[in-house]
Design a protein around this ligand. Structure first.
Ligand SMILES: Cc1cc2nc3c(=O)[nH]c(=O)nc-3n(C[C@H](O)[C@H](O)[C@H](O)COP(=O)(O)OP(=O)(O)OC[C@H]3O[C@@H](n4cnc5c(N)ncnc54)[C@H](O)[C@@H]3O)c2cc1C
Length: 488
């Protein structure tokens, strides 16, 4: 163990991060040695943050990243027209760790993120303006639901009945009673049949029977705190979140890239970890290219999907093993498009983004940060995403364009596919994010993050507080502190 400094408190580290000065960028480069104090698997935000915190404390670290780039689900597509974000973009107001890191490394952020043109709603083949929705014949919802836009239906019920006030209420023992299917609870709250159909049409999870209400309450609580709205009744959460967030100037990938640069040659790319062997004397990590890395401790900062393919000795047991094996991951498949010719939304007089109850979930028109409006992104989630992913990439793009043209003839001949991306099909991630099924928060959330021999766990799926990038940072911090406790 090469560490010399005394163990810091969590708070001291966070304060230290806030008080970062440019001189820290010049911290000693960490050597990628055959043996280091800690091997970190995965160079997403979780792994990189753990590595930086451990290195700050004088430990030697090696970060093994399977891909040829760092960032994981932070992925600015520099190769696609308009450099869209394929993954994370919105930096929430409570993202203390992300914001600290931004300041520390001199990365620029700017207010507002992922702001889209307003939505038109497609029920079957009929397009409906948002202002016509409440009184429209095809609005088959009932009572107070009628005034709620389809994209806000889930948020309407969540905002109205969510009992949580803080980020971590979802992990309190008493909260376990909400670890039930979303659908069961919505029925109890009186949702109409059409309301349920609309919720299912836009879900990230496969359907409302297969997602835990508890985890959605966590997200809704976060949304409520984030927007300061008090409740989210009938409001468009896309717009609220976008306005309350910030973005990294030049693309989200610039932040993990800066973190990796800070770590120097401690970060190794194209290192697909295939096995972790632990003994009394240390851990031996084997990569697909035959290289071996030894260390006292290991942090797995990779999603459970790829972790299933890593052999671990001694093997995981009990609920931890079951969590790794069974935790479901949500679908997110995207088709990116460029627009040509006259603005189609001016021709048909409808708002440019589209919510659909058909085979597409949403087709967003992102506003460029320079004000441009020449792109569309179709996003398929849940079962719709799974169906889109059954098509080969080229056909998937063609299908999406034909569906948009069918619904909005004013787009005919004006759309060119510039790129497709599927998170379930993307190597080494295998899904957009983990999504607790009913009963799984109670069953897995506490046990699955416990250290196993010399192996510690990080990654957004092990979050306690925030979601998204901040949850990954938070989890990396927890894993780093677990190791610092053991080495004190
Ligand atoms: C479409 C989409 C939109 C999102 N939008 C937002 C947003 O606006 N705001 C927000 O805060 N969050 C957002 N998120 C969530 C955010 O991107 C994630 O929570 C966060 O980036 C996860 O970081 P992580 O470190 O836990 O995992 P990852 O980023 O997945 O990193 C894991 C790393 O492990 C590597 N790896 C896997 N297997 C191996 C192996 N065997 N050996 C070595 N390395 C391996 C992977 O290549 C990857 O680099 C979004 C995510 C998606 C998919």
């Amino acid at each position: 163990m090469t560490r010399s400094r005394s163990k810091p408190t969590r708070r001291a580290v966070l304060q230290g991060a806030t008080a970062f000065s440019a001189s820290m960028l010049a911290s000693p480069r960490l050597r990628a040695a055959e043996r280091s104090d800690v091997t970190i698997i995965g160079a997403g935000f979780a792994g990189l943050n753990a590595a930086i915190l451990l290195a700050d404390e004088g430990l030697s670290v090696t970060v093994l990243e399977a891909n040829n780039r760092v960032g994981g689900r932070a992925f600015t597509a520099d190769h696609i027209y308009g450099t869209p974000e394929l993954g994370a973009s919105q930096i929430g107001p409570y993202y203390a760790r992300i914001r600290d890191m931004v300041h520390r490394l001199g990365v620029e952020i700017s207010q507002g993120s992922n702001i889209n043109a307003p939505f038109t709603f497609a029920i079957g083949d009929t397009l409906i303006r948002k202002e016509d929705w409440e009184g429209h014949d095809l609005n088959k919802t009932v009572g107070a639901e009628r005034a709620v836009l389809p994209s806000a239906m889930q948020g309407f019920y969540m905002g109205k009945y969510n009992p949580f006030k803080g980020f971590d209420d979802w992990l309190e023992p008493d909260a376990a009673r909400f670890d039930i299917p979303l659908a069961e609870w919505l029925i109890e709250k009186g949702i109409s049949e059409e309301g349920m159909r609309i919720v299912n049409a836009g879900l990230v999870a496969p359907d409302a029977w297969n997602v835990s209400l508890l985890t959605l309450f966590q997200e809704a609580t976060r949304g409520r705190l984030m927007t300061g709205a008090g409740d989210t009744q009938g409001k468009d959460r896309f717009e609220q979140y976008a306005l309350a967030s910030a973005h990294v100037v030049g693309g989200t990938s610039r932040l993990p890239e800066a973190m990796a640069r800070h770590l120097g040659d401690a970060v190794l790319l194209n290192k697909i970890v295939t096995s972790i062997d632990m003994s009394d004397s240390g851990a031996d990590i084997l990569c697909l290219d035959g290289t071996r890395h030894q260390s006292d401790f290991v942090i797995s900062a990779i999603p459970f999907g790829p972790l299933r393919r890593v052999s671990i000795t001694p093997s995981l047991g009990g609920e931890q093993a079951a969590a790794v094996r069974h935790m479901p991951y949500a679908t997110n498949t995207q088709v990116h498009m460029r627009l040509k010719g006259e603005p189609f939304w001016e021709q048909d007089g409808m708002d440019a983004s589209l919510w659909s109850d058909g085979p597409l979930n949403i087709v967003r028109q992102p506003f460029g940060y320079d004000g441009s409006r020449d792109r569309l992104v179709a996003v398929g989630t849940g079962k719709k995403g799974e169906r889109l992913d059954q098509l080969p990439p080229k056909e998937r793009g063609e299908f999406v364009v034909s569906e948009i043209e069918r619904l909005r003839p004013s787009t005919k001949g004006k759309i060119e596919v510039t790129g497709v991306h599927s998170w379930p099909q993307y190597n080494f991630v295998s899904g957009c994010r983990h999504s607790y099924g009913p009963g799984q928060v109670t069953r897995f959330a506490h046990d699955m993050i416990k250290p196993h021999h010399r192996l510690h766990f990080a990654g957004e799926h092990t979050r306690r507080l925030e979601i998204g990038m901040e949850s990954a940072m938070e989890s990396g911090e927890r894993a780093a502190f677990e190791i610092l406790e053991r080495t004190a």
